[in-house]
Write a protein that binds this ligand. Structure first.
Ligand code: SF4
Length: 379
């Protein structure tokens, strides 16, 4: 068992809750009157022990990877971010290499804790618990994916793109370990947040998935529609009506003590469709339910720790628009806000607490819509 004493920090931090979600860009927009960089996501691995059919970064996964930039270079750049409130660490499976866990993830989390900055890791939590145990004392949110009702689902979905046969027995062991690790982390006080996608596989059993997530001890269930990235382009797109039905099913059957966080929904308060507005109104009124505005490029940037390249998100088609070797992250963020793509989704309707669509969603469903000419319809 690894024994690590938590760092002493004098910085009091308000508990994360539906009323306090620092990843939501509407907070900084309200506070500063303009979008500010408050969140930095770092890609620390392109390795993964799984090959999920829907993986947003599946195209970037490799079997061996080059060295990363010196940690100090990243820490120095984080230090310059004036309004930093959150960091996220992502992959691949970021904890795939124990060396990365010890030499990058742990010091990044310690840095965040010492500065009063909230932290999140995106992980499949299928690796030995010791890796997560090392990080847990400094970590706020462990974000996992959970789209299953059984080990069979996990086997089918999690290794769909493996390119070689993975036995059911091997997958079932990982499934059990994932559940066990999530429970143990939740028991230590880490907020384990399980994300499910609404897609052709899950839309009619999202209630059962929710039940299992609650049983694992997760205090938050995050729900996003699935948008097929390049890697998952062969997956069927779910019509918006079925998405609405799945959300209805979830709201009817959910455990109300668990925070439900919806994100990247393709519905906005300016929609001409009353059904979509009705759903948003219901979500706004439900206790313990939030709809997070999209952080990508609004309060967050992604840094690739192998190259230093800076992106809007880890899976975007938008090419890198800078590198941490050449500029401060705040400068790069301002550069992005001037980009025509950023301008195309830079709307804000304060009465509806909405600050515009996700770029992928706009591209998929609203190609010809000028959101800067729309405004929320308050029923
Ligand atoms: S902020 Fe943009 S997307 Fe949201 S309601 Fe207003 S116009 Fe629509």
């Amino acid at each position: 068992m690894i024994k690590i004493q938590p760092l002493q920090t004098d910085i009091p931090m308000e508990a994360l809750s539906p009323a306090n979600d620092p990843w939501d860009p509407i907070r900084s927009l309200r506070r500063y009157g303009t979008h500010r960089l408050t969140s930095v996501e770092m890609t620390v691995s392109n390795l993964c022990n799984m090959r999920c059919e829907h993986c947003a970064v599946g195209d970037t996964l490799v079997l061996s990877e080059p060295a990363k930039l010196p940690l100090k270079q990243m820490l120095d750049r984080l230090d310059e971010v004036e309004q930093l409130e959150t960091i996220s660490i992502t992959g691949g499976e970021p904890s795939f290499s124990e060396k990365t866990v010890r030499e990058y993830m742990l010091p990044l989390l310690q840095y965040a804790r010492s500065r009063g900055v909230r932290s999140q890791i995106n992980s499949n939590v299928t690796l030995p618990y010791g890796r997560y145990e090392l990080l847990a004392p400094y970590l706020d949110v462990m974000h996992i994916s959970f789209n299953y009702t059984s080990a069979e689902d996990f086997h089918r979905i999690g290794f769909a793109k493996a390119g070689h046969r993975v036995s059911y027995e091997a997958a079932a062991k990982l499934y059990e370990r994932m559940i066990d690790n999530a429970r143990r982390l939740a028991d230590t006080g880490v907020l384990v947040s399980a994300e499910s996608m609404i897609n052709f596989r899950t839309y009619d059993k999202i209630d059962e998935i929710h039940r299992l997530i609650v049983e694992m001890g997760c205090k938050r269930h995050e729900v996003h529609p699935m948008y097929p990235s390049a890697f998952a382009k062969d997956l069927p797109v779910l019509p918006r009506e079925q998405m609405l039905q799945a959300i209805d099913l979830l709201l009817k059957s959910r455990d109300k003590s668990v925070w439900m966080l919806f994100g990247t929904l393709p519905f906005y308060p300016c929609s001409g469709n009353p059904e979509e507005r009705r759903l948003l109104k219901r979500l706004a009124e439900e206790p313990n339910v939030t709809v997070r505005n999209d952080p990508d490029g609004r309060n967050r940037l992604n840094v690739n720790l192998f190259t230093g390249d800076v992106f809007v998100t880890d899976f975007s088609d938008v090419p890198a628009f800078g590198n941490i070797a050449d500029a401060r992250l705040d400068e790069l963020f301002d550069r992005w806000l001037d980009h025509p793509l950023a301008r195309s989704v830079n709307c804000h309707c304060p009465a509806a607490s909405c600050c515009g669509p996700n770029l992928l969603v706009k591209d998929m469903y609203y190609k010809d819509v000028d959101f800067n000419r729309r405004s929320a319809i308050i029923d």
